[in-house]
Write a protein that binds this ligand. Structure first.
Ligand SMILES: C[S@@+](CC[C@H](N)C(=O)[O-])C[C@H]1O[C@@H](n2cnc3c(N)ncnc32)[C@H](O)[C@@H]1O
Ligand SMILES: Nc1nc2[nH]cc(C(=O)O)c2c(=O)[nH]1
Ligand code: SF4
Ligand SMILES: [Mg+2]
Length: 242
């Protein structure tokens, strides 16, 4: 495979978000994104601020780095970014991980399709609400969900929408209504990305979590859903590589 631009490989840690929250996992974070969300907590992957830290790695180099960092202490790898779906050649890495009986998860926003989505064990698609200032390409998202459905992959798929305000909740309800068969997660938005005091972040995020829970409980359009904070942000604030 061509070399993948990798920004960080870390873990094991817990998956802090979504469909497999709490799962022990390693992370591979790719560089580059086709979006630029106003509140992106990983903006260093695309805003140029960490460009010196990008390493170009092939599948075998990534496997050996995973082993160097995680030893024998993992059997699950989450690929996030940036948008890992920018790279068609990730199939080789995924094949090699699966050959080692390592489960593979993906975090992506639903703006691009790749055939290798069909071999992802835990596929999180996270369309972006109005607060992000991004525009959802519904045709693209419909296409992705349809292909997953046709290939019987919906049991491995979830939708996760980050919520900052009431407009975002309306957006979330429209996503959930449009794709009723897909398990649906609402996630607390973290807008304290500059805060370095972890206990302050945790306090604020728990308040936002309570607000979000209250809102969702009061909504008839959001019934078959799960509401979660980012557990890693509660534990470690805005620290990178955790
Ligand atoms: C950094 S993104 C990388 C993967 C992909 N680009 C995406 O957005 O799905 C991973 C997850 O973090 C979420 N996220 C990003 N910034 C956030 C923030 N400030 N608060 C809560 N979640 C955030 C995204 O919505 C996404 O679900
Ligand atoms: N622990 C932990 N869980 C996460 N879930 C999604 C993450 C991401 O940045 O994609 C992430 C992350 O960066 N750390
Ligand atoms: S799509 Fe994901 S990585 Fe890209 S800007 Fe938005 S939150 Fe950040
Ligand atoms: Mg993150």
């Amino acid at each position: 495979m061509p070399k993948l631009p990798v920004l960080e490989i870390f873990g094991p840690t817990i998956q802090g978000e979504g469909m497999v929250v709490g799962r022990k996992t390693m992370f591979i974070r790719t560089a580059g994104c086709d979006y630029s969300c106003s509140w992106c907590d990983s903006a260093f992957t695309w805003d140029g601020s960490a460009k010196e830290e990008i390493t170009r790695m092939d599948a075998d180099e990534i496997l050996s780095e995973l082993q160097k960092v995680g030893g024998e202490n993992f059997d699950h790898v989450t690929i996030s970014g940036g948008n890992p779906a920018l790279f068609p050649y990730l199939d080789e890495l995924i094949g090699k991980l699966k050959a080692k009986r390592i489960e593979v998860a993906l975090e992506t926003q639903g703006s691009r399709w790749q055939e290798w989505f069909l071999s992802i064990d835990d596929l999180t698609i996270s369309p972006k609400p109005p607060s992000s200032e991004m525009k959802t390409d519904w045709d693209q998202l419909d296409g992705i969900i349809n292909r997953l459905k046709e290939n019987d992959r919906l049991n491995n798929t979830s939708l996760k929408v980050v919520i900052f305000n009431e407009q975002d909740l309306e957006y979330a309800a429209s996503v959930h209504t449009r794709y009723q068969e897909v398990s649906f997660y609402l996630q607390v938005g973290n807008d304290d990305l500059e805060e370095t005091d972890d206990s302050q972040i945790a306090l604020k995020l728990l308040q936002k979590y309570e607000w979000l829970v209250d809102q969702v409980m009061a909504s008839s359009a959001l019934n078959r859903v799960r509401v979660l904070p980012q557990l890693h942000a509660l534990l470690w604030g805005n620290k990178r590589g955790v």
